[in-house]
Design a protein around this ligand. Sequence first.
Ligand code: ZN
Length: 401
Amino acid sequence: MNGHARVAIYSCILNAALVGIKLGLSNVSGSLALKADAIHSLADVVSSLAIFVGIVISGRKTKTFPEGLYKVENLVALFSSFFIFYAAFEIVHEAFVGESIDVIRHIPLVTGGILASMVVAFLFSRYELKVGLKVGSPSLVADAKHVTTDLLSSVVILAGVYTTWLGYSVDRYVAVFVAIIVVRMGYQIFIDAIKVLLDATLDYPTLDGIRRLALDHPGVSEVVNVGGRSSGRFKFVEMTLTTDERLLSRAHDHMSRLEEEILDQWPSIDRILIHYEPEQKDVRYIAVPLKDYAKDLQDHDPVIDDHFGEAPFFALIALSKQDGTVSVHEFIENPYKDLEHRKGIKAAELLGSFGVDEVRSRVSMEGKGASYALEALQIEIEPTDAETLGQLIAEVGASTE
Ligand SMILES: [Zn+2]
């Protein structure tokens, strides 16, 4: 279980404990307001449970969203909201139809109990806020900020307890006030559940904005799909795109930065999952080292160089994946051929910058610096027996037939 799932569970446990404490205090004192507040804490249990489920679901590294789980979670939330409405109705009913409560018993115990639960709830909310901000979870932050509502109702209940003690029967009105807060919370839980059950995807402008941001991002060549889901307050996005970046580590860096930018621009998104695949090119580029070059192969067929780094020219052959045609794309002059050291590595990097997929070589390049550089750039090395460029073109053409 990751850190913030644990915090969401702590929030559930704490609120469940508060339900017990407030019910106990309500029985001891006879205060209807405290009973109403126990139901408030029960509503808090439901919302922190929803956050926990959202975090767990978003943590799954699945290609598709487990839609079934969502529905279950939101159906449970929907039924909980009905229960919360019913409980609030019972409180209001009891306040107006039930017996009048003139005396609050065990005032020191009740005061101590309420103050203690206020302190614990406040300290926990500070901790939850810190974790929520650190991991960037808007749902945890929202849960932490809800403590203001909790403290407010506790203060009103305390005031009610003392006003009743002074001889004014206000406990029932305080109970109604707390019941109104409970109805508001139940309404929020109800709306969140209905929204997700009716329309499980994120709104179109958000998804479209994310798509456009991704397209403009370096390393991204195409956005295959963008999907989003919300679970109550919990929102997350899953995206598949193709990258033109050859180096896996660099592609990963691009995606991490894109992730941060999206989370910065849409702070309500809790989590984003980006799948990326290499770009599917229509053309395969094959490079071969040459001793010389000619604009027109009919006039002169350039000779293939047995050396890689020292070759004065490279020919870039384009092999079309659609119709299998082979043509000379361009000639590249090798500016590194006279370097004393690392000319093979430099030449490999030069070919990498031209988007070369494959190098054909007459001699084995095994163990040489250039072959490691080519491998790092994910450029394949293939042997050839061709002596001239013309022969190589014929060889590449024949291999596709
Ligand atoms: Zn609350």
